[in-house]
Design a protein around this ligand. Structure first.
Ligand SMILES: Cc1cc2nc3c(=O)[nH]c(=O)nc-3n(C[C@H](O)[C@H](O)[C@H](O)COP(=O)(O)O)c2cc1C
Ligand code: SF4
Ligand code: SF4
Length: 636
């Protein structure tokens, strides 16, 4: 049993944090979203502009940096919380809009509703995010505080019941934590959906005294940024989950393995670790008990394969980041040969919520076999790109059309790539598949760690399969022959097809190779590398056939299978816009005054197509690349 009462110690800490936070609400606060996505969109400039405006006007207001609220389509964003008004969120901020807000709202009393995105609290005047069609589906558990709390101040987390699950757990036996996680059927969010409780139990049953807890924040999938956003926006939630895990299995030391390309995440996590240690929530005698556990950040150097559990451990030990065959599992023999728990960022983030609210609460969300929520980075051809969290069981159609608000520019949906390079491309007919580990697997995709790329009519599925295979081929560690050479051979075949040199025999070979690579590879990089190829072959075989049999790319993407053509009747004659846009001087004026493209010089850059004024719309792409016979004049 514990020597002191952790709940009392915690309560004092939380009460103090709450009164500090409350004191802050007495003056106007501007919360600027400065996670990496916001910064890329110009959030630091927005922050500086607010600070400058406040100083200039001599206002009593504070600018606070927060993380990502998930509305990437509206970055840079800020929330203005002014006493007497509901907190209001503004998006797509620039200098002009910031100055207007300073002038009219901070210095005056006009909240500039015409520029507001949503209110954060119910009020009589303006809708909240929950009133958006997206709000109907979203259920934010682990993203709940992202973008609203100050990641750089532990009090911001403590004031919202942060670390209360730890305090509650420390009042009880470690086994209670394990039992709750098992009862919740928490499945790992790093890709495979392995039950966290079973893994933890295997580690607990080891007689070794030295054990480790590692958080996998390698996140190398193209298009995925869920784990980074959580670490940047709410790092203490992940830390609390790791401490709870350590308590459950009896570990004394843990690491967050974060790729070095995530400097903001590294900084925020390091800051959070330092603060938690200072407050007695990490280190020796946590919350006055005999439980000791400390954390360190380990920076990975960014190889995709190092996200694989055994490769990750090897790289932490200073060895080459190569996967090992299992068993033994890490839970028996992991870091430094000791029992180790390795879980994804999101998996750990759920743990405090499960301990706080109970397994039944968690199971009341999602589906019976995949309880809880799914977090996705929704990107590609979708109106509302961003970070979303929906209950498991939500369909892909709801996610894309209601949460994401459909496809921009009235384009037709073609496919959704789910699960990154290990996942698959699903067509329109699969859009009613519920999002959960097993349904997605049955449809040929996987949950993966949460990357979701929407594609429209302008995307070529052969080129997409080639893109993902090029990624995995490049990232293969080379240990297995099938992965090293098989993916290379597959890539060569795909390249031939996109170049218009494929044959139907090579397609058969591609399928055979895909099966061999899947069956003959050691780790899931190789085993899943064929997935984008196999799913596109299954659902978009016609596109492969068109490339091979007709030399035609239906989406007009593959460069060797298209040409650019100026339709004579549509060309205005006098407009020279396309000529100026061409980097290779491929467009010339014919004797009749019309424009024409010298196909030898054209590098298919797309500039002229974009430049031709919409009222003429004279430039088209043709596939197969055959020039039409012109009545009006000779074709060069
Ligand atoms: C090539 C490859 C890359 C991976 N990258 C990650 C990653 O970036 N993050 C992650 O959590 N899991 C990744 N995984 C899965 C891990 O091996 C492991 O299953 C996971 O971290 C376990 O955590 P979970 O049980 O919480 O899902 C990767 C697997 C492979 C084969
Ligand atoms: S499957 Fe590929 S990445 Fe995995 S161990 Fe083998 S060669 Fe390396
Ligand atoms: S596609 Fe590019 S290179 Fe070709 S004609 Fe148009 S602008 Fe010139």
């Amino acid at each position: 049993m514990n020597s002191m009462n952790p709940l009392d110690i915690y309560q004092r800490m939380a009460d103090e944090a709450k009164s500090r936070e409350e004191a802050k609400t007495e003056k106007t606060r501007i919360l600027v979203g400065t996670a990496t996505c916001g910064v890329a969109a110009g959030a630091l400039k927005v922050r500086d502009e607010f600070v400058k405006g406040i100083e200039k006007k001599g206002l009593d207001a504070e600018v606070i940096e927060v993380g990502c609220m998930g509305h990437c389509y509206a970055e840079p964003m800020a929330v203005i919380a002014k006493p007497g008004f509901p907190p209001m969120c503004y998006g797509k901020l620039d200098d002009g809009l910031v100055n207007r807000l300073v002038e009219d709202y901070l210095a005056g009393d006009d909240p500039c509703y015409e520029y507001a995105l949503a209110a954060l609290e119910r009020n009589d005047v303006f809708p909240t995010f929950e009133d958006f069609p997206r709000g109907v589906h979203e259920e934010k558990l682990i993203l709940g505080q992202c973008g609203y709390i100050d990641a750089g101040d532990i009090n911001s987390f403590l004031a919202r019941d942060g670390y209360s699950a730890l305090a509650k757990a420390l009042e009880d036996e470690p086994l209670a934590v394990l039992n709750e996680v098992k009862a919740a059927n928490l499945r790992g969010r790093g890709g495979a959906g392995f039950p966290a409780g079973d893994k933890w139990e295997a580690c607990l049953s080891s007689s070794e005294n030295e054990k480790y807890v590692i958080c996998n924040a390698d996140e190398g999938d193209p298009g995925a940024f869920m784990d980074r956003s959580i670490l940047e926006s709410d790092p203490h939630l992940v830390i609390e989950g790791m401490v709870l895990c350590a308590y459950a299995i009896g570990a004394q030391k843990g690491y967050l393995y974060i790729r070095a390309e995530y400097p903001r995440a590294v900084r925020h996590v390091q800051q959070a670790i330092d603060q938690a240690r200072q407050m007695g929530l990490l280190g020796n005698a946590i919350l006055g008990t005999k439980f000791n556990f400390d954390l360190e950040v380990f920076q990975g150097s960014g190889a995709f394969v190092c996200g694989e559990a055994t490769a990750l451990v090897n790289s932490m030990e200073g060895k080459m980041g190569l996967p090992e065959s299992r068993p033994p599992r890490l839970a028996q023999k992991g870091y430094r040969g000791k029992p180790t728990i390795l879980n994804n960022v999101k998996t750990f983030a759920y743990v405090p919520l499960i301990i706080r609210n109970g397994a039944d609460w968690f199971k009341s969300i999602g589906t019976p076999d995949s309880p809880g929520t799914a977090v996705f980075s929704l990107v590609g051809k979708v109106v509302n790109t961003g970070l979303v969290e929906v209950p498991m069981g939500t369909t892909l159609r709801q996610l894309i059309y209601e949460v994401g608000d459909g496809l921009p520019n009235a384009k037709e949906f073609k496919a959704v790539q789910i699960g990154g390079p290990s996942g698959g491309c699903l067509p329109e007919s699969a859009l009613d598949v519920p999002i959960d580990f097993d349904s997605l697997h049955d449809a040929g995709a996987i949950m993966g760690s949460g990357g979701l790329v929407v594609m429209d009519q302008d995307d070529c599925m052969v080129a997409v399969a080639r893109y993902f295979l090029e990624f995995t081929q490049h990232e293969s560690c080379g240990k297995c022959t099938f992965c090293r050479l098989g993916t290379k051979h597959m890539l060569d075949i795909l390249t031939d097809i996109t170049d218009g040199k494929g044959t139907m025999e090579s397609l058969t070979l591609l399928e055979e190779l895909a099966e061999d690579v899947r069956d003959g590879s050691l780790c899931n990089l190789g085993r899943t590398a064929p997935n984008p190829v196999l799913t596109t072959l299954k659902y978009f075989r016609d596109e492969y056939r068109a490339h091979i049999e007709e030399g035609r790319c239906p989406a007009l993407v593959c460069r060797d299978l298209i040409l650019y053509y100026i339709k004579p009747p549509k060309c205005s004659k006098l407009c020279n816009v396309c000529v100026g846009s061409c980097p290779t001087e491929a467009i010339f004026t014919r004797e009749d005054g019309l424009k024409e493209i010298d196909q030898e010089k054209c590098v298919k850059c797309d500039n002229c197509l974009k430049a031709c004024p919409p009222e003429y719309n004279a430039i088209v792409k043709l596939s197969p690349p055959v020039l039409p016979k012109e009545k009006e004049g000779a074709v060069k």
